[in-house]
Design a protein around this ligand. Sequence first.
Ligand code: ADP
Ligand code: MG
Length: 183
Amino acid sequence: MAILVTGTPGVGKTTVSLELARKTGKNYVDIAEIVKREKFYKGYDDATDSLIVDTAKLKKYLRNLLTCNEVIDTHVVEAVPQEKVTHVFVLRLDPVQLMKRLEQRGYRASKIRLNVEAEILDSILIDSVKLFGTEKVFEINTTGKDVSEIVQIIYSILQGNGEEFKPGNVNWLQKYYFLLEQQ
Ligand code: ADP
Ligand code: MG
């Protein structure tokens, strides 16, 4: 089975995917690298400082490439052929931590803001559920967890213990509701 690891840039997709691939013996598929190598982009988006991915071309390419033995690392969920994937793991990270990580990465302020807002508003989770359906999607709050702990959780979900990780278990708006109450 192919496994998709997704989430807002900076949540830890690459770190977790590499470790998961190593432990399971699956092939690691870095979508960002494929997009650059195969030139699957339509231009450059200044607001997000990133390539505009040609999702149709990328999806077609992935349909041929994937053999159902991969760990796929991407935030571009719409480019992943749904039928090849059995599990979608949406990694979540407290927006305050995410902001710090993206600052460390040297992203500019506007790019940090767009990504932190996307994390708060569950953007990738919502897209994942729309595309793959609730049965395949699991969200994992990685805040304060090291890579091995996260991989352990993924293992446990793959064995069928996914109930507490169904969509809706992470809620940043609720966590930060007290900020509204202080007004
Ligand atoms: P993504 O691929 O989602 O953009 P990365 O895997 O590149 O994220 O991780 C972003 C940064 O966060 C890296 O500096 C990485 O070392 C760090 N990181 C990733 N996972 C964890 C974790 N579980 N705990 C602490 N730091 C982490
Ligand atoms: Mg990455």
